[in-house]
Design a protein around this ligand. Structure first.
Ligand code: ATP
Ligand code: MG
Length: 468
């Protein structure tokens, strides 16, 4: 399929020398994109802006993806009109962003993002324009609202394959950065000097990995080389932006491969420092658990099922818990409070890097708490757990832990059977539990020592992640 498409991507008649201002132009015979493949709202916006006298094109991921026969996730428009001018054209438009002003044009649930052509502004020139653009001392762009020409706009985009402009009227593609060449050769290549472009915006390192995984492309060697060294720059990125980026990394259907690349390029540890430490301490188990969680996520996305970021974060952080629990216990804290405290600290620390919203951190805690409750099944407890709204997530999480090699004494199978069992079978299963002497799920024998209730650290097997 790809081959066929690449064949239809015939070489442009007019091959520009590598000049910044002369694009290669692909007429509609030289590429397979037809305007019918594009959201009619997006073509409508482009036409409306053109009619009003502005330049306007479809740009970025949608052109790239259509050339690769992938359904675009969204449609982005680039135009010579300023955000205010765009807003004046559409009643359903809102200007958003500060670092980077954009217009969102709303059509029911579909949002088309319209960005004004921008220019790269060389370091050192910011002062005169400090209200429009600014950088910090490491070269990171803090504000980027210097508008420019179409040619300028192409040069400030991240990768060559993202700097293709499509005009739905003429069905022509303008290629300013040899993006079509890189699509053919399946390469992710930064436009300009890679180190400088990563310094301007370190998130481009995550984007490189994301597109490499999504498209199954290589990161071109000069674009790949600086990543490992520059990875620590991700610490400068606001945690809220990183949360959005992490969701894009892991919820696009290629999470397992994305994770592999993140680890290889030294980016994973910048996003999840505690999980990276667990990977060092307990590599096989941690890697297996994270991979299984991500492979599962990919499968669910492929099947059109929902995935919750809470489950994902719960899995990514779980292998980091045992070391923390141990530390707290060594300082004299009893196991259960140590587990609670470790969970609290770990999530709080993670949120400093990646701002996971409360609506997800609460369920993470609930999924973890459920791991402590699932082994305790006697009396009416099993039925009460089944009725708990977090049961399903907790049970799935238990199976995930088992799949990574945690020993739970068959707890996952027990719960699988219990869910399928009739009422009388269930009663039998509970009776069997209490008849087993201290077997998994047997009623806890409470010992008192020093006036405090004490539980063995590994409790009834499944209460905590396994220590090595
Ligand atoms: P997808 O939408 O499939 O994730 P995309 O390439 O469309 O991929 P967006 O985040 O929607 O990605 O951005 C649209 C376009 O804006 C990109 O194709 C790229 O040209 C440009 N862009 C986005 N983020 C950056 C960045 N950090 N630096 C430079 N250009 C960027
Ligand atoms: Mg896009």
């Amino acid at each position: 399929m790809l081959k066929k498409l690449f064949k239809s991507l015939r070489s442009p008649l007019r091959r520009a020398k590598h000049s910044h201002s002369t694009p290669e132009v692909l007429s509609n015979h030289q590429h397979p994109i037809r305007r019918g493949q594009i959201s009619r709202y997006a073509t409508g916006i482009v036409e409306r802006l053109q009619k009003a006298g502005y330049q306007a094109y479809l740009v970025g991921g949608c052109v790239r993806d259509l050339l690769l026969d992938i359904d675009p996730k969204d449609f982005d428009v680039a135009t010579s009109a300023t955000p205010e001018q765009v807003r004046a054209e559409f009643r359903n438009a809102r200007v958003i962003g500060r670092r980077f002003k954009l217009v969102h044009v709303h059509f029911g649930r579909e949002i088309i993002e319209v960005a004004t052509f921008r220019a790269n502004h060389p370091q050192g020139e910011e002062e005169e324009n400090s209200n429009l653009s600014s950088r910090n001392e490491s070269g990171r762009i803090l504000r980027d609202n210097v508008y420019g020409s179409l040619e300028d706009d192409a040069q400030r985009r991240d990768f060559t394959i993202n700097a293709l402009y499509y005009d739905p009227g003429s069905e022509r593609i303008l290629d300013y950065a040899n993006g079509v060449h890189d699509i053919r050769n399946q390469l992710i290549r930064l436009i300009g000097d890679p180190t400088q472009r990563y310094q301007e915006d370190p998130v481009r390192m995550l984007r490189a990995v994301r597109f490499a995984a999504k498209l199954d492309f290589e990161i071109e060697k000069h674009s790949a080389a600086p990543i490992y060294k520059l990875a620590p720059m991700l610490r400068e990125i606001p945690s809220a932006r990183l949360f959005d980026e992490v969701l894009k990394l892991f919820l696009a259907g290629y999470a397992e491969y994305t994770y592999e690349l993140l680890v290889d390029y030294g980016l994973f540890g910048q996003l999840f420092p505690a999980s990276a430490a667990a990977l060092k301490q307990n590599p096989d188990y941690t890697d297996q658990l994270i991979r299984n969680a991500l492979a599962n996520t990919d499968l669910r996305i492929q099947q059109g099922k929902t995935v919750t970021p809470a489950f994902l974060f719960a899995a990514l952080l779980w292998p980091a818990l045992p070391a923390r629990v141990l530390q707290l216990q060594e300082r004299g804290m009893p196991p259960i409070p140590a587990m609670q405290e470790a969970a609290h600290e770990l999530i709080a620390e993670q949120c400093q890097r990646i701002a996971v919203p409360k609506r997800f951190t609460l369920p993470i805690r609930e999924i973890w708490d459920m791991q402590e409750r699932l082994p305790r099944r006697s009396g009416k407890r099993a039925d009460m757990l089944l009725d708990n709204s977090r049961f399903r997530a907790g049970y799935d999480f238990l199976l995930l832990r088992e799949s990574a090699g945690e020993q739970t004494d068959g707890l996952g199978d027990w719960w699988t059977d219990y869910q399928d069992a009739s009422d009388s079978e269930r009663r039998g299963m509970i009776r069997d539990l209490s008849s087993k002497d201290d077997g998994p799920g047997a009623p806890r024998k409470r010992k008192r020592s020093g006036g405090k209730r004490k539980r063995s650290p590994s409790g009834e097997g499944a209460a905590r992640p396994e220590q090595e």
